[in-house]
Design a protein around this ligand. Sequence first.
Ligand SMILES: Cc1cc2nc3c(=O)[nH]c(=O)nc-3n(C[C@H](O)[C@H](O)[C@H](O)COP(=O)(O)O)c2cc1C
Length: 450
Amino acid sequence: MDAVKRQLHLNLFIHGRGHHEASWRHPASSPRALTDIRYYQDLAQRAEAALFDSVFLADQLALGDDASQAARTWLEPVTVLAALAASTSKIGLIGTCSTTYTEPFNLARQFGSLDHISNGRVGWNIVTSWLATAAANFGGSGQISHSDRYARGEEFMTVVKALWDSWAADAVIDDRDHGRYALPERIRPINHKGDCYQVAGPLNLPRTPQGRPVFVQAGSSDTGRRFAARHAEAVFTAHLEKATAQAFYADLKSLTAAEGRSPGQVVILPGLSPMIAATEAEAQRLARELNELSDPEVGRKRLSGRFGGHDFSNLPLDRPLVPEDFPATASVEAARSRTEVILSLVRRESPTLRQLLGTLAGARGHFTFAGTPEQVADLIDDWFTDGAADGFNIMPPLLPSMLDVFSAEVIPLLQRRGLFRTAYEGATLREHYGLPWPQSSFDAAMREKV
Ligand SMILES: Cc1cc2nc3c(=O)[nH]c(=O)nc-3n(C[C@H](O)[C@H](O)[C@H](O)COP(=O)(O)O)c2cc1C
């Protein structure tokens, strides 16, 4: 019998009317309001029909200063995922929530509830929130440093894991005849007392269908990678070239092994924003058309946000950039890895500011590609088989049109090559990603007794 071929994983990253900065203005993007839940439900249903593993919603805790020229709308992800859970039945649902600006008990309840509501399809994108302006919305005492955010995130993980583990899977007996709803010895407090959190527990909710949500993470700095190696089961990452994606892949798999986990326990998903048409020339024309709609001043503001608010307003648009035009990466308290992606492009290619902003407008530093369905399938196949990816975070430049083209034209090619499922086999996100079940400490204690 043929061995089953290693399977590719696909996540749909839902973002505005598409990932291109100017997508909201393009006639091929959705006419619906970005506050209309039917827009998100429709996208999730399309992704489910195409057999994607999951959909993903990012989140930021501040508006941004370009709301007049860019479609900035951040419907709260937990709320949206609850609506998506009720309007889909198979696809995984991943939402972002910050360890810096929420309490572990709240988060454990919210994602625990979502896992119940969706029957085990939820993933949590763990972020420490890099955006400096978010701090001003939560107490106003300034941004917590990069290292303190990760230190707090570590303790946060200890607390939420214990909360999700505070009920044994068989704690609820719901015995009406004998008046016993739950077994008290199968529910226990956590009594956490740490530097940042004091949490008694237990959680006020039974153990969830997946035991706990799937842990997703996207930090790529050294600290971020170590955090991912300890906790993450799926990792999103941004690369502008295959070589850096390969280096990241090898490094994260070996860090994961060093943490005593099997490298198969973490699914690595680089971002890919494909513009697809019947010919390469047509795909490139579409990409140009979209680029021409973007406003370099919006890009300049976003670049400043990436570098923790650094002032780029005096930088001319048409002179080649040098690394000295940017602050040192180590001094940036925002998203350190993305600043590194940008700086290495500057070192490699010396683009002008206009060219750099054009590159970032496509998908904010993720890989963009314009070509035919065959070329996109070749690229996916190549990265997947050549140590750069376990799958992709698909970031259509225009939604829903480029998702539809990807689903109708690229996915069948991947299926024909035996790389992608032709039906859902499992029912949970954990099963779609091929991840092991988290062990309950109650069961572990039982086994020791036997
Ligand atoms: C695909 C992707 C999605 C992300 N989504 C979010 C998000 O929704 N909210 C957020 O605050 N950060 C988000 N991030 C940023 C990371 O979580 C992380 O904070 C950032 O990469 C900085 O961490 P680092 O300095 O360890 O790289 C995302 C990153 C990637 C690659």
